[in-house]
Design a protein around this ligand. Structure first.
Ligand code: NIG
Length: 438
């Protein structure tokens, strides 16, 4: 697949002029007249129109509906010889659905950690590896030794990889710098990816990912550095949309997280939080307290967490790839949905707990291990993912006026086939702003 030369162009330089007409779509999936977060029974609604058309004008969704109701001017367009030019796409036997919105990743990093993978197989836990200076600190050392240019180039490759897997929007965190200069280096790489790829990207400052060796015995000192040095620098350079913390025993306490969010909010950074991955950390509650956009992980979620989330403005984001990779107990996603709590799903692409950006695989895990239906899994990583990264006004669903970030599937029997045949490639083309990327 020759992706390279095509993804370098910025959305402003041509995507917005894009006009395209899809006809004979087996089923148009993810249709919403008004963009809305899905909860409860609505999660199981695919929003499908069978035998459909979709018209993209200036890179945005302009019209859609059943083929039988396609307007005359579009019929003429379809009748002309525009099929050859690719402007008209005959999608017979294939689905068109929104591209994935991956609302939690760490895809800027400097090196892989398969040695720790082997250590885990031999019995060490994620926390034991971290205590020995591995894990996030291992990634921080690698990142510190890597130039911004090399960091950009490897992250760019991963950005291309996730586009091939159907992702059109992604949130990316810092958190392998753990000192002012290296955190800024990571955030600058994320800023360059925003310019250098057609992906819609949101950036999160995660200085509170682990305590660097220098502060091993002075946690308060590092929290002070985050609050007094890093947050003001990051905000002054406009390098982040969100602030995050790994609120977990052995990492950042509820009190640390509280202070960091309190400081971040003053600079306009809305929190997201790594919460309740390893235990009942209080991360959910402190996230909800600060109006976090999302609380992510949630492997340890009980009645108190349900109570905190219910009726809040915070999305519960599940990351089943990390649960699988670390061989843990899955978050109670079925119960969260049944309780009417909005659930999003993301890849958590990172070198330590999920070295994969495949949302097809996440969908399979959500279905098999968490008992979500394929429709629920798809909604969790399209429209609800868009809400979890505040791009719901422009992405995540088939709604007039939204940017035409679309997946055209191969000839597959149903949407359920995507998580069912979880290693079978199902993507024929990814469109960003109506323009083919693959
Ligand atoms: O979301 N849990 C904290 N952060 C990542 C893992 C980071 C790493 O191990 O490098 C996560 O799972």
């Amino acid at each position: 697949m020759s992706l390279g030369h095509r993804v370098q162009r910025h959305p402003g330089t041509g995507y917005n002029k894009m006009e395209r007409l899809f006809i004979n779509i087996k089923e148009l999936v993810g249709v919403q007249q008004e963009s809305a977060l899905k909860t409860g029974a609505a999660m199981d609604d695919l929003g499908g129109i069978k035998e459909a058309f979709l018209y993209v004008q200036e890179g945005k969704i302009a019209q859609y509906g059943p083929m039988a109701e396609m307007p005359e001017n579009l019929r003429e367009m379809a009748g002309n010889s525009l099929l050859q030019s690719g402007m008209v796409v005959d999608a017979t036997g294939r689905f068109v659905m929104p591209a994935f919105c991956d609302s939690h990743t760490h895809l800027v990093y400097a090196g892989s950690r398969e040695q720790e993978f082997t250590d885990k197989i031999k019995g060490l836990s994620y926390q034991e590896i971290a205590r020995r200076g591995g894990g996030i600190l291992n990634s921080a050392k690698l990142l510190s030794d890597t130039s911004e240019e090399r960091l950009y180039s490897s992250a760019y490759q991963r950005a291309q990889e996730i586009m091939r897997q159907g992702t059109g929007a992604v949130e990316i965190k810092s958190g392998y710098g753990l000192n002012p200069a290296d955190e800024i280096k990571m955030l600058k790489v994320i800023a360059r990816l925003k310019e250098g790829t057609p992906l819609t990207i949101k950036s999160t400052f995660l200085g509170a990912h682990a305590f660097p060796a220098k502060y091993a015995n002075d946690h308060n000192g590092y929290v002070e550095e985050i609050i007094n040095e890093m947050i003001p620098m990051v905000a002054a350079e406009g390098l982040a949309d969100y602030i995050d913390a790994f609120c977990e025993e052995g990492f950042f306490s509820v009190e640390d997280t509280d202070r960091i969010f309190n400081a971040g909010i003053k600079y306009g950074l809305r929190p997201k939080v790594h919460a309740n991955q390893m235990g009942f950390s209080g991360g959910v509650q402190v996230g909800v307290k600060y109006g976090a956009r999302s609380v992510d992980h949630l492997e340890s979620t009980g009645p108190d967490e349900f109570k905190a989330l219910k009726g809040s403005d915070t999305i519960a984001t599940i990351l089943p790839g990390a649960t699988f990779f670390l061989n843990m107990q899955y978050a109670p996603a079925r119960q969260l949905i049944d309780a009417g709590i909005p659930v999003a799903m993301a890849s958590n692409y990172n070198p330590g707990s999920c070295p994969s950006g495949s949302l097809q695989f996440q969908m399979a895990l959500a279905c098999i291990a968490m008992k979500l239906t394929p429709a629920e899994a798809l909604n969790a990583c399209t429209i609800n993912g868009a809400f979890a990264m505040d791009v719901d006004d422009i992405l995540g669903g088939i709604t007039v006026g939204k940017q035409a970030n679309l997946i055209l599937t191969k000839g597959i029997p149903s949407v359920d086939f995507i998580p069912y045949a979880f290693t079978t490639p199902f993507i024929e083309e990814l469109y960003i702003g109506g323009k083919g990327m693959l």
